[in-house]
Design a protein around this ligand. Structure first.
Ligand code: SF4
Ligand code: SF4
Length: 272
C-alpha cells in the first residue's frame, strides 16, 4: 500500500459518524483488551467473552446492520457511536490509515483505491483538512502505538524462545520448523485455538499487577508470565514447549501485524 508522509494533508477530519465501525476487522492486543475492560468497568475475562471472538484478540462484529448489510462492532451503539470511544483500539484510532514499522520507524499508509471515509462519511470534506501528524495527534495514538509495538516485539520474542530451544537442543530443530510450517498454514479461526486448550487466559489476560499506563512494561510482565506458564506446563518436554511458543506467537501475530514470513526467517536463522 502507498505510504503517506506525516506532513501530507488528508482531505478529511473524522466526523465520528461511525461508518467504519461496520465491517472492518479489528484485532486487539492483550493490553487493548485490558484497557477496554477497565474503561467499561468489566472484569477482563467478561470483557473478552462479551466483545471478542477468534480467541479473544479480535472484536466481534455482531451488532446492528448498516444499509450495505455490514454488521457493527460489538461496541457500537446505534445513535451513539462507540461505547468505548476513549478506550478504542489503535486500529480504530488510525482508520483510514494503516501502520507498519520499517527500519524501526512507523510508516503510515492508506488504501490505494482511495480513502474510504470519502465514500462512507461524505461530510468529512467540509471539516478542516489535517496533516497525517495532526490527525494522529488528535486520535491520541501514542500509548496505543507503544502497546502495539511492545506486543509485536514480544510476538517475535516468542519465536526467538522457540529458536533458542532448537539451537540448544539440535534434535528439536526439525520438529519445530515443521511445527511452524504446519501451524502458520492454519486459518485465522484455527490459529485462534493455538497452542491447544487452556491457553486463552495466559495469552489474552495481563498479569493483575501489570501497569496499564506503561504498555511496554505491561507487555514485558505479560511475556514473563507466558514464559513461566510454558515452563510449568512443559517442564519435561522441550518439543511441546517450543510448539507452545510458536502457537502463541502465531495466535498473537494478526493482532500486532507480525508477519509469518519474518517469523519463519527468525526461527530458521536463530535456531542454527
Ligand atoms: S469512515 Fe472515516 S470519517 Fe467516517 S467515522 Fe470512520 S474514520 Fe471517521
Ligand atoms: S471499538 Fe469503537 S471505534 Fe472501534 S470499531 Fe468498535 S465501535 Fe467502532
Amino acid at each position: 500500500m502507498p505510504s503517506i508522509a506525516p506532513d501530507a494533508t488528508l482531505p478529511l477530519t473524522c466526523t465520528r459518524e461511525g461508518a467504519c465501525c461496520f465491517g472492518p476487522q479489528v484485532w486487539i492486543n492483550p493490553w487493548e483488551l485490558a484497557v477496554l475492560a477497565r474503561g467499561l468497568d468489566l472484569e477482563p475475562r467478561l470483557a473478552r467473552q462479551r466483545l471478542t471472538d477468534l480467541g479473544g484478540l479480535h472484536l466481534r462484529h455482531d451488532g446492528a446492520l448498516d444499509a450495505a448489510g455490514r454488521t457493527a462492532c460489538a461496541l457500537y451503539r446505534p445513535g451513539h457511536g462507540c461505547s468505548a470511544h476513549a478506550q478504542r483500539p489503535l486500529a480504530c484510532r488510525l482508520f483510514p490509515l494503516g501502520r507498519a514499522r520499517l527500519d524501526g520507524r512507523p510508516v503510515y499508509h492508506h488504501d490505494p483505491a482511495g480513502l474510504p471515509c470519502l465514500a462512507r462519511c461524505p461530510n468529512v470534506t467540509s471539516l478542516p483538512h489535517l496533516t497525517v501528524a495532526a490527525y494522529l495527534r488528535g486520535q491520541q495514538v501514542d500509548l496505543h502505538e507503544a502497546a502495539h509495538d511492545a506486543y509485536a516485539a514480544r510476538c517475535y520474542g516468542l519465536v526467538l524462545a522457540a529458536a533458542t530451544i532448537a539451537r540448544l537442543e539440535p534434535g528439536q530443530r526439525a520438529g519445530l520448523l515443521a511445527a511452524f510450517a504446519q501451524l502458520s498454514a492454519l486459518s485465522p479461526a484455527d490459529r485462534a485455538a493455538l497452542p491447544g486448550p487452556g491457553w486463552t487466559d495466559v495469552l489474552t489476560l495481563l498479569p493483575a499487577e501489570a501497569p496499564l499506563g506503561q504498555p511496554a512494561e505491561a507487555a514485558r510482565q505479560h511475556a514473563e508470565a507466558i514464559a513461566a506458564a510454558i515452563a510449568t506446563r512443559h517442564r519435561d518436554d522441550l518439543q511441546a514447549a517450543g510448539r507452545a511458543y510458536l502457537g502463541l506467537a502465531l495466535r498473537l501475530a494478526p493482532a500486532v501485524g507480525a508477519d509469518a514470513g519474518a517469523m519463519r526467517s527468525l526461527l530458521e536463522e536463530n535456531s542454527r
